[in-house]
Design a protein around this ligand. Structure first.
Ligand code: 2BA
Ligand code: 2BA
Length: 109
């Protein structure tokens, strides 16, 4: 068994939860925050058998889109203290970041 931590965008969370539960995956949803954008995102914990890992990956790939976000860089200061205004930069986010961890035990009490 594996525990998949899937970090996805909030906009994809409902569709992915639906797709996974429709296909009998068990899922737990956590609210999370990205360290770089400091914006909310969604982390799904999915305990899955090794045999179904590829299928899970396929659902995630089909559901989670890559989107671009414009980020204003912090304003650097010149030598005389004047600000050097720079253009916002485009940052791609997603489709999804997956961590796949081995599960030592799955216990229901
Ligand atoms: P954020 O940390 O808010 O990052 C959003 C997007 O900003 C990232 O998209 C990446 O394209 C870009 N980015 C992140 N750090 C950067 C940096 N130091 N310089 C330039 N660009 C940077 P994704 O890679 O698709 O990541 C989406 C979210 O997944 C991240 O949100 C974070 O919450 C999580 N994540 C990604 N890699 C992670 C890791 N190694 N460990 C833990 N969480 C991770
Ligand atoms: P839920 O997903 O809201 O599931 C609540 C209960 O509904 C489950 O209790 C189970 O008895 C039943 N259930 C879930 N999926 C089902 C399905 N496809 N068909 C029929 N019945 C289903 P528990 O098994 O005690 O799970 C309690 C909570 O623990 C779950 O809430 C979920 O948040 C988490 N969880 C359980 N197994 C998980 C796994 N493999 N991966 C991630 N989270 C899991």
């Amino acid at each position: 068994m594996k525990l998949v931590l899937a970090i996805i965008q909030d906009a994809d969370a409902s569709a992915l939860m639906r797709a996974l539960t429709d296909h009998a995956f068990e899922v737990t949803k956590l609210a999370s925050t990205g360290g770089f954008l400091r914006e909310g995102n969604t982390t799904l914990m999915i305990g899955v058998s090794d045999e179904r890992l590829d299928e899970l990956r396929r659902h995630v790939g089909q559901t989670c889109r890559t989107r671009s976000r414009l980020v204003a860089p912090s304003v650097p200061m010149g030598e005389q203290g004047e600000s050097l205004i720079s253009e916002p930069i485009e940052v791609p986010v997603g489709g999804a970041v997956l961590f796949v961890l081995g599960v030592q035990e799955f216990i229901r009490v």
